[in-house]
Structure formats: C-alpha cells, structure tokens
Design a protein around this ligand. Structure first.
Ligand code: FAD
Length: 517
C-alpha cells in the first residue's frame, strides 16, 4: 500500500473574484469556456495589485488577472485574444517595479508572472484501499488536504470513488469523483491501466461512480489545496420548509454559475441541512453540536407541525486569517437568511474536529453495541422543482406508525455543474438537485418497518412522477437499472462493461449484470 504527496510547482487556487463588473462587459464571454477560466481573477485584491506599481503615479484597472499555472495558460490566453474579432490587450507583470504603469492594461488582462512559480498546486497519490481519515492526517502533515469529503471518514478511497463521495463541500467543489486527476485500475481482464481525462479516458470516466463494475482502483491521484486550520461551524433553525430550502439554494447559487465564480477565500466551504422531528434529540451520532442549553431552547420552541429544519454551514479559515475578518465574511454570507430569529448556533472548531465530526458518535454507538445494528438506509437525489411534492409526504411517512426514526435525515442541495456526466455517477437532470439521506438504524427485528417506509417513499415518487435518482443505488431488475441510468447512459454503461469486464467478474453484489429480472 502506498501513499505519498507530490508538490507541483505551479498554482491551482482558482481565484475568480466577486466583483460588481461582469466579465461580459469587458472581455469576450467565451473566455470562460477555456481551461484557464478558473485561474482568471476578478477579486478586489488581485485587481488592486495589478492596477498599481512602484511609481504609484498611474492607476489603471484591468478587467481580470491571470494567475498562470503553466506556460500553456499563457499560450491559451494569447491565442484566444489573437483569434478574437476584438482582441483584448494583455501585459505580463513581473514584480511591478515600473514607475509609470508599463505593466498595466486598461480593461484587458494582466498576467501575474510570479504565479508560475508558486508551489501551491498539490496532489496526493493514494492507494484505493486507504481510508479518507488517513488521507486527511497524512496530507495535513504537509499543510494540504483534499477539498471534497464525505461526512464520515472511515470509508475507503476506492469505495467512495465507486459511488461519488458527497458532503457539504460538493456544491462548491463537486463530489469526490470530480477531484481526481488520475487512476490506476485493474480491469476485469486483469490489466493494470493508468487512466485520466486525457489518457484511457473511457476507463477513467467508467470507473468514477462506476459501482465497482469496470475495475479495481488501486491508486487515485487526488486534488489537494492548502489546508485550513479552523472552522466556524454554524447551524440555523427553520420551522418552514420553503424558507429553509430557499435559503439553502441561495447559499449554493453563487457556485452554480461560472459568471460568479469566487475567490477560494470567500464564500462558504460547506452547506448541508437536515430534517428532524422536534421531539427527537437535535444531536445524533452524525455530530453532537448542541449544548444542553441549546437543546432546551430547541425543545421549548413553538414549532407548528413538529418538524424542524437545520441549515448547517461552515467557513474554513487559515492561521494567517484575521478572526474578525472571518466573522465578518461569515456574517456577510448569512445576511438576509430567514431562520427563526435568534436560532443561530455557532461553534469554532479545528479543521480535523470538523471533518471527523461523525467519529465521536460512532465510537459511542460502538461502545453500546449499536453500530452493528441493521441500517436500512435510503439515499435519493431529487430535482429541485419537485422537492415540495416530496416534502408533503416525508414527515408523514416518517412519523407514521410511531416507528421511531432512529437516525438523521440529511437534506441539502447540490449544483449539477460540478458533476461530470461522462462519469458513471447518475444525477437528476436539473441544474440544482437535493440529496435526501434517510440514515435509519433499527433493532435486529424491526428493520423491515423502516424498509417499508423507504419503499413507500420510492413508490410515492414513481406514482407522482418525481424524477429521483437513487444514490448508493439498490435495484434488483435490469429494467430498474436501465431506468436508473436512463437509456443513453445505460447503453454506455453496458458497452463499458463489455470492454473492461466482459466476463462480468467484478462486484456482483451490486446486482447490475446478474440481476434476477
Ligand atoms: P464498500 O462497501 O467496501 O464497497 C462499495 C462498492 O465499491 C462495492 O461494489 C465494492 O466492490 C466497490 N469497491 C470497493 N473498493 C473498490 C476499489 N478500490 N475499486 C473499485 N471498486 C471498489 N457516502 C457519501 O458519499 N457521503 C457520505 O457522507 C457518506 N457517509 C457515510 C457514513 C457511513 C457511516 C456509512 C456506513 C456510509 C457512508 N457513505 C457516504 C456511503 C459510502 O460512501 C459508500 O457506502 C462507500 O461504498 C463506502 O466505501 P467502502 O470502502 O466501505 O466501500
């Protein structure tokens, strides 16, 4: 088993600033379709840097600053301008020691040359068998960390990449499968193949979200960034579903549109949400967040229909960040949200404590012998336009029969533009969709009651035309699998199976190619 980190001498940080001016006012909008778009910056500090020099006599604003990660970025920018019917101006900026604006460009692009040599682009080569928690600790030793996580870290890299790997970071960075540069895969033919978007791309796309059907991941090259040190972790309470979801969608909307990509230091790093019945404990094994005072306050709230919604967000920050600025930025992000007045709870924890928040509850359950109970979980993705339809039934189904809902219900939105449809993972077709996770635990004898609730939800969706997709899907017939993937993607999935595992050797437990019906 191996695990090592490689530092590339280049720059990754996608610095695109929040700025009043739109790209389109000053530069050709299709500039955004280039690979370099994530390294073009509009944020105030980059623009300010490029609009002054040592002389401090001339001040000229560029439209954007390019932080090139390689010479190719510079080639792309200049080719693009040259081939445009209205070429825009470009200037390289070395260290800005001119006295009269010689490295400035009005409404054009300044290339920040020092970016070429900044060692801030990292990746780790990780064995498919490694646990994410070990990835976290090993990368932190080097001051870096992956950007996309699962809530629980004792999962294997190969296991989550075979599904998608989602959590509160997904709206911004995409699922874990979207943060992989390269894989080593042993296919069903026993061939060890290295693949990436550019090399053996069919296998690369097949394996990511591929439910173990095409090969065994033995190495994954995972994107890393400078690791934050601490986290402002906030939960806000709602008693109205529409207000709750409107606010969640507002928070993720900044990342659903490339016009508004923002600096990595701005914005929220994590947005999730959950639904609870007021009578149940607001803390659960996923995280004990609330103090006993908070809990008492929550129980005493007058909640019209007995259902509460938690909007959960996090803002990461670094050693060099000023604490007050982080608070200010957080406040700015949460401005205008309509949670129940005063029902906002904040904690300040270390990055590791935040990411590993589920572990404590897990150990407690283990100690009581409750981690090993049956878990009839259901995870579904729901198109945004249909969440209201489903919401009407969920609390009823959950509360019905007085079967205790022993487990958290996760509910939060994701941006589809952060997913790559070439990969095997399946999502609804709308730009924004929600993930609903019913993470039930049951006694050894009563799991079937919870399974029936799951079936009821799935049946309701089918009967009411709610176009859900199961995450961590479980089906038993070919017809269901075909409908899960959709006609076109199912055809591709089958072709890929035929290419990489023609004898259908791999992961039969998914019951895709050996389904009963
Ligand atoms: P396994 O259950 O061992 O395997 C899953 C599938 O992947 C199998 O088909 C297996 O054959 C295949 N597989 C395993 N390793 C490889 C490999 N190296 N190469 C190719 N195929 C492989 N998921 C999320 O997205 N977000 C979460 O927040 C999240 N939280 C969870 C919390 C808990 C407590 C649990 C139990 C699960 C959670 N999951 C979450 C689901 C989890 O991502 C999947 O169950 C995942 O498959 C678990 O990884 P594993 O290593 O245990 O996989």
């Amino acid at each position: 088993s191996y695990f090592f980190i490689i530092f590339i001498i280049s720059r990754l940080i996608p610095i695109i600033g929040v700025n009043q001016r739109l790209w389109t006012d000053l530069l050709p909008p299709n500039l955004l379709s280039l690979d370099i778009s994530s390294r073009l910056s509009l944020d105030q500090s980059s623009l300010a840097m490029a609009s002054t020099d040592f002389g401090n006599l001339v001040h000229t604003n560029p439209a954007a600053v390019l932080h090139p990660s390689s010479v190719d970025d510079i080639v792309s920018l200049l080719k693009f301008s040259y081939n445009n019917s209205f070429p825009f101006k470009v200037a390289a900026r070395g260290r800005g020691h001119s006295c009269r604006g010689q490295a400035m460009v009005e409404n054009g692009v300044v290339i920040d040359m020092p970016s070429l040599s900044i060692p801030t682009r990292f990746y780790a080569d990780i064995g498919g068998e490694q646990l994410w928690v070990d990835v976290l600790h090993a990368t932190l030793d080097h001051g870096v960390a992956p950007v996309s996580w699962t809530d629980y870290l004792y999962l294997s890299v190969g296991g989550t990449l075979s599904n998608a790997g989602i959590s509160g970071q997904t709206f911004r960075y995409g699922p874990q499968i979207n943060n992989v540069h390269e894989l080593d895969v042993v296919t069903g033919k026993g061939e060890l193949i290295t693949c990436s978007k550019k090399m053996n791309s069919e296998l690369f796309h097949a394996v990511l979200g591929g439910l173990g059907q095409f090969g065994i991941i033995t190495r994954a090259r995972i994107r890393l960034e400078a690791a934050p040190k601490r986290v402002k972790w906030v939960r806000m309470l709602y008693d109205d579903f529409s207000t709750f979801t409107r606010d969640q969608e507002h928070l993720i909307s900044l990342y659903g549109n490339y016009q508004e990509l923002i600096n990595i230091n701005h914005g929220l790093n994590y947005v999730e949400g959950s639904i609870i019945l007021q009578q149940s404990d607001p803390n659960n094994w996923r995280s004990s967040f609330f103090s006993s005072n908070d809990q008492a306050r929550i129980t005493s709230l007058n909640v019209p229909n007995g259902v509460l919604y938690f909007l959960e967000v996090a803002k990461f920050y670094y050693d060099h960040d000023d604490d007050t600025n982080t608070d200010k930025e957080l406040k700015k992000q949460l401005e205008g949200l309509n949670y129940i007045p005063e029902c906002i709870f904040t904690r300040d924890v270390s990055f590791v404590e935040f990411l590993n928040r589920v572990r404590k509850g897990e150990l407690e359950l283990h100690s009581k012998g409750l981690w090993e109970v049956p878990h009839p979980w259901l995870n579904i993705f729901i198109p945004k336009s249909q969440i209201e339809d489903l919401h009407h039934v969920i609390p009823n189904i959950i509360a019905k029969d007085n079967t205790d809902l022993a487990g958290p219900i996760l509910f939060y939105p994701l941006n589809r533009n952060k997913w790559d449809d070439k990969m095997s993972a399946v999502t609804p077709e709308e730009d924004v969709f929600y993930t609903l996770g019913l993470l039930h635990s049951s006694g050894f004898d009563d799991w079937e009651a919870l399974e029936r609730k799951n079936e009821e939800i799935l049946k309701y969706c089918e009967e009411h035309g709610i176009k859900i997709k199961q995450y961590l899907p479980h089906y038993t017939t070919k017809k269901e699998w075909e409908s899960h993937f959709g006609h076109k993607k199912w055809r591709i999935f089958q072709q890929r199976k035929n290419s990489f595992d023609p004898k259908m050797i791999l992961s039969p437990g998914q019951k895709i190619f050996n389904s009963v019906g």
